[in-house]
Design a protein around this ligand. Sequence first.
Ligand code: RRO
Length: 309
Amino acid sequence: MVDMSTSLSGVGFPNPVMTASGCAAAGRELGQFFDVSVLGAVVTKSIMVSPRAGRPTPRMAETPSGMLNSIGLQGPGIDAFLDQDLPWLVAAGARAVVSIAGGSVADYVALAQRLPAAAGVSMLEVNISCPNVESRGEVFACDPVAAGAVLAAVRDAADPEVPVFAKLSPDVTDIVAVARACVAAGADGLTLINTLLGMAIDPVTMRPVLAGQTGGLSGPAIRPVAVRAVWQVHRALPGVPLIGVGGIRTGWDALELVLAGASAVQVGTAIFGDPSAPVRVLDELTAAMAERGFAKFTDAVGFAHRSPR
Ligand code: RRO
């Protein structure tokens, strides 16, 4: 028996396996496949202030060991989310990690103010891979100053009981610099990583496959990038809780991110082929911990950084 519980900035979770944002709306569509309360948490698609239709189709494309998406933040907006989706997650007994996205600092603040612990929010995950409409569309996550400004404002506006995590983009020269800026601004932890910007061109039509032309690359192809990002940030900021995400398909993949320094993991793209993948990953990760003699999940966090015996 392995104690699989984990704690992220003072909030306890029965196990470290979550869904990844954007891969199962607000979790309700997974309820037909498994009991969502079994997971550590369900992470919602990024919620915005207003409803959005997203980008035109096609907006997904298969790539070698991966997938491109350019969904463009499709979603119901915060009013419908609070009215329908969050109550469903709470009634299902799930722990809700709510991802928020915006085009300005004011958007993020407006969202954070409406998502207190009393409404059933276990944690906020601040998706800063969004264009800043007030700064020529520069992506917040690509600039430590802009990223820090969002996190400082969200930490200030959010319920003090709700941890605020920043989800970082790997499309930067120095992810540690962005991580440091977010933590200095008040982020309680970090989720690593969002998708990598990619593109596919159809050799038959000789045109971009995605209507949005470029898109976010996810799936097993990006797992080594996620492992590297978690490793670098854990080494630089060992006390900061990290959630690892990127290409996890099996319990062994999850274990790799944990050994690099993740205190929890998220399963995303694997859900499209196997909606029960997060539950299977949890079972496989639990077995992998037992096989390696870990009594507690948390004993494995960052284990790869220890010098060999
Ligand atoms: O909605 C999207 O197209 C999207 C978002 Br917000 C994101 O953070 N990452 C991604 O791959 N796609």
